[in-house]
Design a protein around this ligand. Structure first.
Ligand SMILES: CC(C)(COP(=O)(O)OP(=O)(O)OC[C@H]1O[C@@H](n2cnc3c(N)ncnc32)[C@H](O)[C@@H]1OP(=O)(O)O)[C@@H](O)C(=O)NCCC(=O)NCCS
Length: 137
């Protein structure tokens, strides 16, 4: 998968049970997926159409570093499906642990907000991304 961003969990982002608020995690995943999709499509004009099942597998606590990775799952005419993972970094063990994952669909739009085709010349890079996996725990 491709590294996209690192987020650091702040005290203001903690919910009632002492864990990162789920909505904040969703926002991180959406923003990172959009950044990745926009980069691949060479446009800032990508909108989120869909978020699939989201699994919160491990808690994130204050000061945890969360690394977000993305990978192309499917390239359509106007849309791009992206698998997104958030991984907690354990500084002592120097390893990443999966905390949350989902699949998002983004659509390329024009100035009027209508779906428009992704350029053919960019598809090779996206195909390459589909086969690119990295290790995690
Ligand atoms: C995204 C948006 C422009 C799509 O408009 P639309 O009229 O549905 O466009 P289309 O019917 O041409 O579909 C666009 C793409 O979405 C795909 N799509 C539509 N419904 C889908 C679904 N349920 N699941 C997966 N893909 C879907 C279509 O297959 C098409 O992809 P393709 O061209 O690669 O085959 C429109 O729905 C929109 O503006 N949504 C709001 C986006 C937004 O504000 N997001 C922020 C989060 S609130």
């Amino acid at each position: 998968m491709h590294y996209v961003a690192t987020k650091i969990c702040r005290a203001s982002e903690i919910g009632l049970n002492g864990n990162l608020f789920g909505g904040t995690m969703l926002s991180w995943l959406d923003e990172s997926g959009a950044a990745f999709a926009g980069y691949l499509c060479r446009t800032p004009n990508m909108v989120t159409l869909k978020m699939d099942e989201v699994l919160f597998r491990r808690p994130v606590k204050i000061s945890h570093h969360v690394r977000i990775y993305a990978r192309v799952d499917k390239v359509g005419k106007t849309s791009l499906a992206i698998n997104v993972e958030a991984r907690r970094f354990d500084f002592d063990k120097e390893l990443e642990e999966l905390v949350c994952s989902t699949r998002m669909v983004y659509v390329k739009i024009d100035a009027q907000g209508q779906a428009i085709p992704i350029e053919d010349r960019l598809r090779a890079t996206m195909d390459q991304s589909m086969n690119d996996l990295t290790q995690r725990t």
